[in-house]
Design a binder for this molecule. Sequence first.
Ligand code: ZN
Length: 256
Amino acid sequence: MISPVLTHLINHFSMRILVISDIHANLTALEAVLTDAGTIEGVWCMGDLVGYGPDPNEVIALIRKLPGLVCLLGNHDAAALMHIDTESFNPEARMALDWTRHALSLESVIFLQNLSELAELEQVTLVHGSPRQPVWEYLLDTRTATLNFGFFDTHYCFVGHTHLPVLYYFADEALVAKLVIPDPMMCLSLTPRAILNPGSVGQPRDRDPRAAYAIYDTAKSTWEYRRVTYEIPAVQERMASAGLPERHIQRLSTGW
Ligand code: ZN
């Protein structure tokens, strides 16, 4: 049995959690993030492990070995499992998805099948899209974000899906949430409540091609937002060899 003193110490033990999302089968970007993050005690991943990129099985194999992993289901993961039809995808996205479905190993499919749509970890809710619609809704504006604060009870909600690093919070007694786009390498002190997006590891869309991620400190309640360069041409070469769409190859260079 744990003594009360020891419990107290455990509760205040600071944990560095690597927060990632939208890796999109880009192994080189994921490896760069893991190296840059340094020592971490856990990894929280908000999904979209596959789709667009050339390394779906390699990304899943690496992710599943990470310490303290909590991983959620993204819309591209769900689509790769054929849980949904792809009519709403544009032709290039559909082509990339067909390639992914054929490339996925049985082990990878089983791993994706076991991912859940929502997780609650003490003071943090994790989803891919939004707490209101965990897999599909995009939080792209303050109106949608404001309405979504009514759909989780924890201090914070971590999301992905838009590939844009942002923070939504309420200032004083304001009725509408504010949006903050942090500067890279900024360390934010969090106060309840907030919705946070670390950006995308494997396919950034904020015109910064570097891989995006965050480090969340559970005891200090800090959010360190970071960017790291990786060897983009190596990924583009693998995409070209796989016959993936040219536009998806090119956009990695511009981060759009
Ligand atoms: Zn995505």
